[in-house]
Ligand binder design. Structure first.
Ligand SMILES: Cc1cc2nc3c(=O)[nH]c(=O)nc-3n(C[C@H](O)[C@H](O)[C@H](O)COP(=O)(O)OP(=O)(O)OC[C@H]3O[C@@H](n4cnc5c(N)ncnc54)[C@H](O)[C@@H]3O)c2cc1C
Length: 307
């Protein structure tokens, strides 16, 4: 059931950024699926975000954060309460500043812009990010990465707003890094990160390497279709794509959702898929892989909202 949010509270949200009522989340996810957010706010700055969080806490309103929506499966019935969107047009400073080898990035900056700017300055160490969609905040909290590296490897410090609406800074230590997750206090909304990079010996070779990574990804990933990247984490010592492939699930469909023929750990929206289709396919894959191999696949994609 929709969360009742009074007109008075909506009026308090309005000076804090852009406010949308019943905003279709399919517009904000790379799967292009997902029902409406009761209320979505795109905060215009860190102070505004902190005030927004305080209001939500004060009134006991459920609060969900989204970034670029590239790792999300949002239920077809949408998200109750307040959805806080920290993506390209939020926080008023989609910027980054570079001082020597240290780079400060807003959580709202797209990874693509981060990679381009750092490569332009001849700074290396972030090449693994090339081709990973979404924003820096989503990358930080997901500890996004590839076999070549993860966010936590190059992250020194983060800034975030906690559940009480306070702006905090925290040094990042190796013990906080988990597989596709950074261990930060519950309810934290990441607003910025400080990254430690290094001068490339050969800036042209660095830029060439990034082009190669993008080319390799374009060959291996079904980028012509909406998706949320790899659906399942790799179980210890195994590859999810291989288990799914060997289970004979390549091309398997539920409604408009389909196991990609190019990369079997991707589910694509082959046309008109609902989130229920994707979730149905996820369940079929998990069941079949468990029955054949005794392995429980854990989703890497985050399922949020009501299905
Ligand atoms: C084609 C494709 C390829 C991909 N390849 C990779 C890959 O190689 N490696 C990889 O790791 N991932 C990959 N992904 C998944 C995804 O792009 C990453 O996980 C990305 O870092 C998510 O960022 P986002 O801004 O889109 O976050 P979202 O998808 O919007 O959110 C993901 C999670 O982070 C939380 N979140 C987002 N922003 C914030 C914030 N500011 N503060 C607190 N919490 C926040 C959300 O609540 C949610 O739980 C791929 C996705 C696609 C579509």
């Amino acid at each position: 059931m929709k969360t009742r949010i009074s007109a008075d509270i909506i009026r308090r949200f309005e000076p804090l950024g852009e406010v949308f009522i019943d905003e279709p989340l399919a517009r904000h996810t790379t799967f292009r699926t997902g029902g409406p957010a009761d209320v979505m706010v795109i905060p215009s700055g860190v102070g505004e975000l902190a005030e927004l969080v305080r209001i939500c806490t004060e009134h006991g309103l459920p609060r969900t954060v989204i970034g670029g929506g590239s790792n999300l499966l949002v239920g077809d019935r949408g998200i109750r309460g307040v959805t806080v969107c920290v993506s390209a047009d939020s926080l008023g400073k989609s910027g980054l500043s570079i001082e020597g080898d240290s780079v400060l990035s807003s959580a709202s900056l797209c990874k693509k812009e981060f990679v381009t700017a750092c490569a332009g300055e001849g700074l290396a160490g972030m090449e693994f990010m090339a081709g990973i969609p979404g924003c820096m905040g989503g990358g930080i909290i997901m500890n996004a990465g590839t076999v070549d590296g993860n966010f936590a490897d190059i992250l020194n410090r983060i800034e975030y707003v906690n559940a009480a609406g306070e702006v905090k800074r925290l040094e990042v230590t190796p013990s906080m890094a988990r597989y596709r997750r950074l261990d930060v206090e519950e309810g934290a909304v990441i607003t910025a990160g400080w990254f430690r990079l290094r001068r490339a010996d050969d800036p042209d070779a660095l830029r060439q390497r990034i082009r190669e990574i993008l080319d390799e990804r374009a060959k291996k990933h079904p980028l012509d279709y909406p998706s949320a990247g790899s659906v399942f984490k790799n179980p210890d010592g195994r590859f999810s794509w291989k288990l799914i492939n060997d289970a004979g699930l390549k091309g398997r469909r539920v409604g408009g959702a389909m196991v990609s023929e190019l990369h079997t750990n991707f589910i694509i929206n082959a046309g008109g898929a609902s989130s229920a289709d994707v979730r149905g396919l996820i369940e079929i894959i998990r069941e079949k892989v468990y029955t054949i191999y005794g392995v429980t696949l854990e989703p890497e994609v985050r399922l949020i909202g009501e299905f």
